[in-house]
Write a protein that binds this ligand. Structure first.
Ligand SMILES: Cc1cc2nc3c(=O)[nH]c(=O)nc-3n(C[C@H](O)[C@H](O)[C@H](O)COP(=O)(O)O)c2cc1C
Length: 175
């Protein structure tokens, strides 16, 4: 494999689950959002919306709402890992490829975060909280948009975890 910055970045990114409490720098936030916006989207419609949540009370309320709506977390487990920022991706309810658009944007965002030395983790287990009526109102989403995923972002507290072995039985070729 030819190692260049892009490939090295892809190979060394890990899901980070421990963060320092300090807020991420404004310029870094702007840049990782810009990287996310450059992700591909179905028909180039850019049918996704980003909500940056840095209000810890709102994040705590999202966790409570998730539990109220059926999610369960281990005692003492915080699904956002005390990250200083969580970026929520929402898509129009009617969008045919909304989830796909959001997932592409999240991947770009995580790689850009990693390039800046930030940690990130794609988090879906909080969705029942993000989709709670009262929480959606507080997120001030555009009309008709529904959350479909989020990413915790912050400065990692400690070294990145080792990668899992990659499967070797998951590619076939038709030639
Ligand atoms: C769609 C999706 C949802 C995920 N949801 C969660 C989650 O709720 N909580 C969590 O800690 N990690 C979550 N992850 C992160 C995965 O657990 C992680 O990517 C996987 O274990 C591989 O580790 P790596 O990202 O370090 O390579 C999610 C990842 C994806 C792609």
């Amino acid at each position: 494999m030819i190692l260049n910055h892009a490939i090295e970045s892809i190979l060394s990114r890990r899901s980070v689950r421990a963060y320092r409490p300090d807020q991420i720098a404004e310029e870094e936030l702007t840049d990782i959002l810009q990287a996310a916006k450059f992700a591909p989207s179905a028909m180039g419609l850019q049918g996704r919306h980003f909500t940056v949540i840095q209000d810890q009370q709102l994040l705590a309320d999202i966790v409570d709402a998730a539990v109220k709506n059926g999610a369960s977390f281990l005692p003492g487990h915080s699904p956002f890992y005390q990250a200083p920022a969580v970026i929520v991706l929402s898509v129009p309810e009617s969008a045919k490829y909304g989830r796909e658009d959001a997932a592409c944007a999240i991947m770009n965002l995580m790689l850009a975060a990693h390039a800046y030395g930030l940690g990130s983790c794609y988090i879906c287990c909080a969705l029942p909280g993000l989709r709670d009526e009262t929480i959606m109102k507080r997120m001030n989403l555009p009309d008709g948009y529904v959350p479909c995923g989020c990413v915790a972002v912050g400065y990692p507290d400690g070294p990145a975890p080792q990668p899992k072995e990659r499967r070797t039985d998951d590619v076939n070729y038709i030639r």
